[in-house]
Design a protein around this ligand. Structure first.
Ligand code: COA
Length: 224
């Protein structure tokens, strides 16, 4: 029998909720060797900078998913994506990344940076991790390179290959992805996910309208 639809909300994680988000992240990274663990100080800094996003179950108020998009070196990294197993497969992971990307595109405008023109938004996926690939390809990310991190430079929790390295793929966001993202926010998404669960973006109407307008205004920008 299909599960009864539930209601969720997605919003930026504010500083007061950073400790809760870190507990969530720590639990995921303790059991999943494909997710790069971040420190409590890093998660707190991402929340302080409005770069950390969460999904909450309305009925219980419980945090059920997180993702961050942060500037690291000369690019923006989508990372830490995780959804509690109790609500995977409902479209929450995909909606979280869309919200985080929209937020980043609209307010931080990485591709417009004068200091570092053509900043890319990238995601890194462990070589053996199948779960997030459809989310990123469906959002218009394309493969840019493979990445090999020597074992002595990677956190102990990350899965190594036979040579002792941590290997994965770097994917980058594209102009087509940006156009589709704008279309999804402005026209397609009506508050219901593919399996019937309800989802609200907790932003306030004016801010959501501004976000939609900013996305429409960026459609001509090219992260390529
Ligand atoms: C990856 C993860 C966040 C996906 O969250 P989710 O809420 O279940 O994702 P969605 O429901 O939005 O799924 C999006 C698509 O990915 C597919 N997908 C989800 N899990 C999958 C899996 N384990 N294997 C293959 N495809 C999968 C879904 O079928 C869906 O495709 P559809 O739109 O055609 O139905 C979740 O599986 C998770 O937390 N995994 C552990 C942490 C992790 O691997 N994080 C990624 C770090 S890069």
């Amino acid at each position: 029998m299909a599960a009864k639809p539930e209601s969720f909300r997605i919003a930026a994680v504010d500083s007061s909720a950073a400790a809760n988000a870190f507990d969530f992240h720590r639990a995921i990274t303790a059991s999943d060797p494909h997710v790069w663990p971040r420190s409590e100080a890093q998660i707190k800094a991402y929340a302080d900078d409005q770069c950390l996003f969460g999904a909450w179950r309305d009925s219980s108020g419980e945090l059920v998913g997180i993702v961050y998009v942060v500037p690291i070196d000369d690019q923006w990294e989508v990372g830490g994506l995780s959804v509690d197993p109790s609500c995977q497969g409902k479209g929450i992971g995909s909606a979280l990344v869309k919200f985080a990307l929209a937020h980043t595109m609209a307010w931080s405008q990485p591709w417009k940076s004068k200091r570092r023109p053509k900043q890319q938004v990238v995601a890194h996926i462990h070589k053996e991790n199948a779960a997030p690939r459809k989310i990123f390809s469906g959002l218009g990310f394309i493969h840019s390179k493979t990445v090999t991190i020597p074992g002595d430079k990677a956190p102990p929790s990350m899965k190594r290959d036979q040579s002792g390295n941590v290997c994965g793929d770097e994917l980058r966001f594209t102009r087509d992805g940006l156009i589709n993202l704008s279309r999804w926010f402005n026209e397609e998404f009506k508050g219901v996910l593919s399996r019937g669960d309800e989802l609200e973006f907790d932003l306030g109407k004016d801010t959501l309208d501004n976000l939609r307008a900013a996305l429409r205004g960026s459609e001509g920008d090219s992260p390529d």
